[in-house]
Design a protein around this ligand. Structure first.
Ligand code: F0G
Length: 459
């Protein structure tokens, strides 16, 4: 017998555990009804394995927890701010830092200081809060991601790439002066955690430099993006995640960051800029929305934990185990024949609800329905990323996204391989009875970001 194995394991051991509550099918049915078939409205106590999001749900290290004890809770000039500033400059290379309570706080400030009403903001697929802040500031968002990103079966390795022809078309149509910046997300959340290649970033940099257009990075999952570049892009195999992360940032003018993902903290974010004048504007505006510019809505201890988490996030062994776990789950699902977005992305597995439930039309919310059914089976909480998340345009019409997905998002350093097995097996059970599943109708729709609070009933 030939044994050929190349297993990886987590580069940490477990020091403390949080006990989970198990529920019965009856309890889950009742909980789901009370939550209006929206997994966002479930109580976390009603959930067994929580894959709603990887945002703010990671386990901090003992180093981060001890950093919490070193919080300097001064209103102004906390030493933790300076530690964070140092981490941002050393790991990402940006000159100026404005902390915010989380990513959308930074998006708000960036949008307000950069966008004039009537502007155009191209982006590699939308993200919910990012696009809304651009729109509230008066811009119209245009998707410039490559077409492959909208096809869940395309195996292209860098489905987050920007299509330069689409950008050029916008420049031709509206003029470069109408485009304050291009928003580039690494990785692309709604495409399935898909990465952007370095080659594409370099080409975009060359193109925009010529046209005088800035590039603002949404670097929420940049270390995960760097891992894919290391593994799949020619010339990067021997580079470290840290080197690749810094190179990505070097092709951009600034970034918004949600520390709740890569940086392994439960709260925190920032806006980073290289231009001093824009930084001054941002530093002034943060006082209005978040807090003084040396804390931006965070406690000193939160800034310390984020500074440490940023450094931990770019360690090669960490990233290998992180993405390794996601790939393990994805491959297991594929063995059961479950249709998922390919290639497997960074922060979770995205199940294709259109292929899973082909008999349910998009108007009857297939992904919302599937997320509800997954919860019913074993108490696993996932999230809709389809027509409900896409919302409506400024004329009030529904967006109809090509991708109708259920996201199984994996928190960092939280669940074990055995949990991954349970998740795949539960999904397979739902897949076996897929033909019996009926859609939903929306009975309550909030005005903004409806997916968070909308309520549904079974058809
Ligand atoms: N950009 C991306 C790509 C994100 O995924 C998120 C958050 C944000 C910006 C906003 O950051 O939550 O700190 O304000 N995504 C979470 C998710 C909510 O579940 O995907 P935030």
């Amino acid at each position: 017998m030939q044994l050929k194995r190349d297993s990886w394991a987590e580069p940490y051991k477990i020091k403390m555990v949080e006990l989970l509550k198990m529920t019965t099918p009856e309890q889950r049915r009742k909980a789901l009804q009370e939550a209006g078939y929206n997994t966002f409205l479930l109580k976390s106590e009603e959930v067994y394995i929580d894959l709603l999001t990887d945002s703010g749900t990671s386990a901090m290290s003992d180093e981060q927890w001890s950093g919490m004890m070193r919080g300097d809770e001064a209103y102004a000039g906390s030493k933790n701010y300076y530690n964070l500033e140092k981490a941002v400059s050393e790991v990402y290379g940006y000159k100026y830092l404005v902390p915010t309570h989380q990513g959308r706080g930074a998006e708000n400030i960036l949008s307000q200081i950069m966008i004039k009403p009537g502007d155009i903001v191209p982006g590699n697929m939308y993200f919910t809060t990012t696009r809304l802040h651009q729109e509230l500031a008066g811009a119209v968002f245009h998707d410039v991601i490559i077409d492959e990103a909208h096809d869940s079966n395309s195996e292209y390795a860098f489905k987050g790439d920007v299509d330069l022809n689409k950008v050029e078309k916008l420049v031709q149509e509206y003029g470069a002066e109408k485009i304050p910046y291009i928003c580039v997300a690494v990785t692309v959340n709604l495409a399935g955690g898909q990465p952007v290649s370095m080659k594409n970033l370099k080409e975009l940099r060359a193109y925009t430099a010529e046209k005088g257009i800035k590039i603002m990075l949404d670097m929420t999952r940049i270390a995960e993006n760097a891992y894919f570049i290391q593994q799949k892009e020619e010339g990067y195999r021997l580079k470290t995640i840290a080197e690749i992360v810094k190179e990505i940032c070097s092709y951009t003018d600034g970034a918004t960051f949600s520390g709740k993902k890569d940086a392994l903290v439960n709260i925190g974010g920032f806006l980073a800029l290289n231009d001093f004048d824009k930084f001054e504007e941002a530093r002034n505006m943060v006082v209005v929305y978040e807090g003084l510019h040396t804390y931006g809505g965070l406690a000193g201890r939160d800034m310390e934990a984020m500074a440490i988490g940023i450094c931990e996030s770019v360690q090669d062994e960490h990233m290998k185990a992180r993405i390794g776990q996601v790939i393990y789950l994805g491959e297991k699902m594929q063995e059961f024949g479950i249709p998922i977005v390919k290639p497997i992305g960074g922060h979770g597995i995205f199940v294709d609800a259109k292929q899973f439930l082909p008999h349910i039309s998009q108007d009857d919310f297939p992904a919302q329905t599937l997320a509800a059914e997954i919860y019913l089976d074993a108490g696993i909480r996932t999230m809709e990323r389809g027509i409900v998340s896409a919302g409506r345009n400024s004329k009030g019409e529904n967006y109809y996204p090509k991708l109708e997905l259920v996201r199984f998002t994996i928190p960092r350093r939280v669940y074990t391989q055995a949990h991954m097995d349970v998740i795949a097996e539960s999904t397979a059970r739902v897949y076996e009875r897929r033909n019996e599943i009926k859609g939903l109708k929306m009975v309550y729709e909030p005005k903004y970001l409806r997916f968070f609070q909308a309520r549904f009933e079974q058809l």
